[in-house]
Design a protein around this ligand. Structure first.
Ligand SMILES: *Cc1c(COP(=O)(O)O)cnc(C)c1O
Length: 221
């Protein structure tokens, strides 16, 4: 069943768009089902759950941290995380740099930008992103490599609003792409979940984060 959902989805997603299967709250057995058909990119939003799954599953999985990250938890994921999507403060950037330096590893991250109407979603403002994405700032953090931006649209049935929010972030992404700050880059635009990934891809997403359309409804308990 999960494999069928997955295969259908893969056919709808252009080959230049990465699919991250969001496995939060799902058991290790469900992740294995997708792993067995060749999928390797999985997303989790809680550090403790990620650590448990990491320890139980094959080591060639590319783990994406997509949820809010507290500075005191950074050290646990820095040794193995493939991409942190949720950098929402310079303080967090600095802590990732510090922990990564201790193990001499460069960690790839995205800057999370607040684009939704809801107050509750984390993220930087466009102005804060533009302040951070500068050579003078980033040279202080040589063990972090910025790869792009992440955003979440308002949870709404208003498709026009979702289009507007995604296209606004795409514009910022394109604008920042003009500045080359080696080794940083703007090549990943992480936009779109089960409810809005079609719109996200139309607006230029290069990576979609999809949970319930693959695994079914989540069971929080
Ligand atoms: C849960 C989650 C998703 C996936 O949501 P679905 O609606 O299940 O596809 C994507 N991105 C983030 C940041 C999430 O927390």
């Amino acid at each position: 069943m999960k494999q069928e959902n997955y295969k259908k989805l893969i056919k709808q997603i252009p080959s230049n768009v990465t699919l991250v299967a969001v496995s939060k709250t799902q058991p290790v057995s469900s992740i294995r089902e997708l792993y067995d058909v060749g999928h390797r990119d999985f997303g989790e939003n809680k550090v403790q759950e990620l650590l448990t799954k990491y320890s139980e599953l094959p080591k060639d999985i590319r783990w994406h941290l997509i949820g809010h990250l507290q500075t005191n938890k950074v050290k646990y994921i820095v040794p193995f995380i493939y991409l942190i999507h949720s950098v929402d403060s310079e303080k967090l950037l600095s802590e990732i740099n510090k922990q990564a330096q201790q193990i001499n590893r460069v960690v790839d991250v995205l800057l999370q930008v607040h684009i939704a109407r809801e107050e509750t979603k984390f993220g930087l403002s466009s102005d804060e992103v533009m302040r951070l994405y500068k050579a003078q700032i980033l040279q202080q953090y040589p063990f972090v490599r910025i790869r792009g931006l992440m955003g979440m649209a308002t949870n709404t049935a208003d498709e026009q609003l979702i289009h507007t929010e995604f296209s606004g972030l795409k514009k910022l992404f394109d604008q920042l792409s003009l500045h080359k700050i080696h080794p940083h880059s703007m090549d990943i635009l992480s936009l779109g979940m089960s409810s809005d990934y079609v719109i996200a891809i139309e607006e230029g997403s290069t990576l979609v984060r999809i949970g319930s359309s693959i695994f079914g409804q989540r069971n929080y308990h």
